[in-house]
Design a protein around this ligand. Structure first.
Ligand code: R5P
Length: 330
C-alpha cells in the first residue's frame, strides 16, 4: 500500500541571468556582482531583419532574469527581448523576469493630443503577451506605467546614488540647489535633496514647440552664487538641459551641473553638452553610454543596485528595503 505521508521535495531554485544585445556590459557587471556566469544565448539578426534567439543551455525550471534596456536600436532591442522571453517560456523556465532598467517608449505614457497612442502601455501589453512573469525597471518616467501591467513591476531608483555623488563632492562650501528640469520632475528633485543636507530646490518649466525641441520658459527659485544641479530622469538630445543651463547662468548660478538616470545622448547631445557651460553631466549605465565621446560626461554604474534587487527577488525578499522605501513611484 502506498505511503500517504510521502511527500515530494522540490528541486532547489536556480538563478540564471542572460543578456540581450542592448547593454551587455551592464549585464556582465550585474552577473559579476551576483557571482554568477552570464548564461549562453545565441542571438542573430537575419538578412531581412528578423531576430533569432536560442538558449544554449538548459533553462528548465530556472528563475531567469533577462537584461535588456532597449535604447539605441530601440525597436529591434524590444523585439529581441520579446523573442527571448518566448524562447525561455517554451523552454520551460519557471519564472521569467525582464530586467529593463530603461523602459522604452516611457515618455509616451498618456494622450497629450487627439489621435495619439499610449505607446508605453502597448509595450506593457506586448511584454505580458510574451508571457513574462515580472518586470524590473528603474526611475520610470511616470508612475502610471506601473499600472499598465497586471504582473508585478519592481521599481528601482538611482536617485540616492546620484545624490550621494554630489553630497560627497567637494564644492568648497558653496551652497547647493537642485533644479527640477520641468514641473513634472519636482518629486524626483525632492527625493534628490532629501539626501543632501542644506540643498535647496528650484524649478524650471519648459514648453515643447515640437518633439525633441525644448524651450525653458519660467524659473522659480534662487540659484544666485550657488552650485545648481539640474535633476532629470532622461537626457535624450540634451535640448532640455542645455536651455536650462543657460537659464541658470542667466539667473546668477556660480556653476551648473546636470544629473539624470538615463543618458540616451542621441543626435546632437554630445555636441550640445560640449559647447555648453555645464561643468559635469552625471548619468548611469542603465543604457549604453559612449562616455569617451565627451569628457564632461561621467557614468556611474547601477549594477550593484540591480544585482541586489535581482538577489532579493530571487530569494523572495523585500525590494523596497534596499531603497529604504524611497523607490516608490509618484
Ligand atoms: C521629459 O519629460 C524628460 O523628463 C526629459 O526632460 C526629456 O526627455 C529630455 O529630452 P531632451 O534631452 O531631448 O531634451
Amino acid at each position: 500500500m502506498a505511503d500517504s505521508t510521502c511527500c515530494v521535495t522540490s528541486p532547489r531554485k536556480r538563478l540564471m541571468i542572460f543578456s540581450g544585445r542592448s547593454n551587455p556590459a551592464l549585464a556582465a557587471r550585474i552577473a559579476d556582482k551576483l557571482d554568477v556566469q552570464l548564461g549562453s544565448v545565441e542571438l542573430k539578426t537575419f538578412a531581412n531583419g528578423e531576430i533569432y534567439a536560442r538558449f544554449e543551455e538548459n533553462v528548465r525550471g530556472s528563475d531567469m532574469f533577462i537584461v535588456q534596456s532597449p535604447c539605441d536600436s530601440i525597436n529591434d532591442e524590444l523585439m529581441e527581448l520579446l523573442i527571448m522571453i518566448q524562447a525561455a517560456q517554451l523552454a520551460s523556465a519557471k519564472r521569467i523576469t525582464a530586467v529593463m532598467p530603461y523602459y522604452p517608449y516611457s515618455r509616451q505614457d498618456k494622450k497629450s493630443a487627439a489621435r495619439e497612442p499610449i505607446s508605453a502601455r502597448l509595450v506593457a501589453t506586448l511584454l505580458e503577451a510574451s508571457k513574462v512573469d515580472r518586470v524590473l525597471s528603474m526611475d520610470l518616467h511616470q508612475g502610471q506605467i506601473q499600472g499598465f501591467f497586471e504582473i508585478p513591476v519592481d521599481h528601482m531608483t538611482a536617485v540616492p546614488m546620484l545624490a550621494d555623488y554630489f553630497r560627497y563632492k567637494d564644492f568648497g562650501g558653496t551652497p547647493l540647489v537642485a533644479v527640477s528640469a520641468d514641473a513634472g520632475g519636482v518629486k524626483l528633485a525632492k527625493r534628490f535633496i532629501n539626501r543632501i543636507p542644506g540643498c535647496d530646490l528650484a524649478v524650471l518649466t519648459k514648453m515643447r514647440p515640437d518633439h525633441n525641441v525644448a524651450e525653458t520658459m519660467h524659473f522659480i527659485g534662487d540659484v544666485r552664487d550657488k552650485i545648481a544641479i539640474i535633476v532629470d530622469d532622461i537626457i535624450d538630445t540634451a535640448g532640455s538641459i542645455t536651455s536650462a543651463i543657460e537659464t541658470l547662468y542667466d539667473n546668477g548660478a556660480k556653476e551648473v551641473y546636470v544629473t539624470a538616470t538615463h543618458g540616451i545622448f542621441s543626435g546632437p547631445a554630445f555636441d550640445r553638452i560640449r559647447s555648453s557651460e555645464v561643468k559635469e553631466v552625471v548619468v548611469t549605465d542603465t543604457v549604453h553610454v559612449e562616455a569617451a565621446s565627451c569628457d564632461k560626461v561621467k557614468v556611474l554604474s547601477v549594477a550593484d543596485i540591480l544585482a541586489r534587487t535581482i538577489r532579493n527577488v530571487f530569494e523572495d525578499e523585500s525590494v523596497s528595503e534596499i531603497f529604504a522605501g524611497d523607490n516608490q513611484l509618484f
